[in-house]
Design a protein around this ligand. Structure first.
Ligand code: NDP
Length: 452
């Protein structure tokens, strides 16, 4: 049987674009890709990239304060949100065009419309056309999940945060994960009176307990009001804003309520159910280590599979799929020891096991340094940095590293290499410090603070 394409990719985000490019340019396959919105996906258009630019924008007031402490005669002045928003749009358009250029140069045919799956080898385009493909890759990502509380429609999600007409005076962020905590810091930095409600006992569940506590304390010291053990019962429109009725008995008014209560895979309505593609409990598409679904011609990568929902992971999954199927180089994406960073202020960088998980696994030694970094100490700030290594007592391997402080995201990328290589505590110790830096503390940790 002959097909119109060797590969049809649905979704132009990080995973889909990488798979399409490699399959076409290196695998010499005939490839098409459909995207119903803007090219680049969540990461580029409404996630990591605009978020990080907002983080940068929100850090300037603190920097200007520090600059004054260093002797500069400067005033912060007012923040012009509409100027920032239009500059952000220019940058996103530039990136979107870069993605389009990459696909074009690789010889991928792009359809700017929605596509669904009609059968195991047929894609139905929104304009009524049908095309066939030997393989179909689902890379449709995820979408914000909003809890089913009365008045939820009065709230927004991270999708809308980049398009606000104006910054609110009072904002409530609901949730305690990556997105909630990052946006609470961004809004606070931009001068918005910010409150965060989280239903659990401590924000950033899943990260190392000590690191979570450190971030939470620093966020509160910087001005974010965090209420743990608190959830929304209902939202009501009022003359002055939105009234949030909470489980702790409080009723408070805000100008903006943002739900950052998790994301769900964008897997339904694509026609996959009728073909017998298997789904998991959270609606994720079930795949094996090769990213293959229960229908052999259909593969899936990225957030729609809910493995590790990070852009670099989706890219690796897309690349491994293309290498395997189109280049004859069978390779599975490696999901072990993936480092990540939460761009709160201060940042949290982590790789490997938390102290809690490591202790449950085997006997460990815990090394911790907390200190006030030179730059902000001089400016009179109280900010403290946390550096933490979890070491296996038996093998001496560093099982986990957790950093809270400025540049933690950059630092953990490099520590990630050492941990991935299986470095021991003694390997860290025989590495000479770079002075004066914050990260030198990682190679000068002398005595364990705890054993367990
Ligand atoms: P997370 O899973 O990190 O956090 C979701 C939060 O919402 C949790 O605090 C959760 O509480 C809470 N929640 C879930 N359901 C409800 C509910 N019904 N009512 C109240 N609260 C609820 O998801 P995010 O949306 O923040 O981020 C999604 C993913 O995107 C992340 O897991 C991450 O992989 C990725 N991401 C990565 C970033 C980075 O690398 N810097 C930045 C942003 C996102 P509980 O803990 O109790 O379950």
């Amino acid at each position: 049987m002959t097909f119109d394409y060797d590969l049809f990719v649905i979704g132009g985000g990080s995973g889909g674009v990488r798979a399409a490019r490699i399959a076409s340019a290196e695998g010499k396959a005939r490839v098409a890709l459909a995207e119903e919105y803007r090219m680049g996906g969540t990461c580029v258009i409404r996630g990591c990239v605009p978020k990080k630019l907002m983080v940068y924008a929100s850090e300037y007031p603190g920097m200007i304060e520090d600059a004054r402490a260093y002797g500069w005669k400067v005033e912060a002045g007012a923040f012009d949100w509409s100027h920032f928003r239009s500059q952000l749009e220019v940058e996103l358009t530039r990136l979107e065009n870069a993605y389009r250029g990459t696909l074009k140069n690789a010889g991928v045919e792009v359809f700017d419309q929605r596509a669904t799956v009609a059968d195991a080898h047929t894609v139905a385009l929104a304009d009524g056309r049908r095309v066939t493909a030997k393989h179909i890759l689902i890379a449709t990502g995820g979408k914000p999940f909003i809890p089913d509380v009365p008045g939820a429609e009065l709230g927004v999600t991270s999708n809308e945060m980049f398009h606000l007409e104006a910054l609110p005076k009072r904002a409530l962020v609901v949730g305690g994960g990556y997105i909630a905590s990052e946006f609470a810091c961004i809004l606070n930095g931009l001068g918005v009176e910010t409150t965060q409600y989280y239903r659990g006992a401590q924000i950033l569940r899943g990260f190392d307990d000590e690191a979570r506590g450190h971030v939470s304390t620093a966020m509160q010291a910087a001005g974010v009001t965090i209420h743990c053990g608190t959830d929304i019962l209902r939202l009501e429109k009022t003359a002055g804003g939105i009234l949030a009725v909470a489980t702790d008995g409080t009723e408070r008014e805000f100008d903006l309520v943002m739900f950052a209560t998790g994301r769900s895979p964008n897997s339904r309505g694509l026609g996959l159910e009728a073909l017998g593609v298997e789904f998991g409990r959270k609606d994720e598409i079930k795949v094996d280590g090769w990213s293959q679904t229960s229908v052999p011609s259909i593969y899936a990568v990225g957030d729609v599979t809910d493995r590790i929902n990070l852009t670099p992971v989706a890219i690796r999954e897309g690349h491994a799929f293309a290498d395997t199927v189109f280049k004859g180089e069978p390779r599975q994406a490696d999901h072990d020891l993936v480092a990540s960073a939460v761009f709160t202020q201060p940042e949290l960088g982590a790789v490997g096991l938390t102290e809690e998980a490591a202790r449950a696994q085997e006997p460990i030694e815990v090394y911790v340094a907390t200190f006030r970094p030179m730059q902000t100490l001089f400016a009179g700030r109280q900010d403290r940095v946390l550096m933490k290594l979890i070491v296996s007592t038996a093998s001496r391997k560093v099982l986990g590293c957790h950093i809270v402080g400025p540049g933690a995201g950059e630092m953990i990328q490099l520590v990630g290499i050492a941990v991935k290589m299986g470095a021991t505590k003694e390997d860290f110790d025989r590495t000479v410090a770079v002075h004066p830096t914050m990260s030198e503390e990682l190679v000068t940790l002398r005595n364990p603070v705890r054993r367990g």
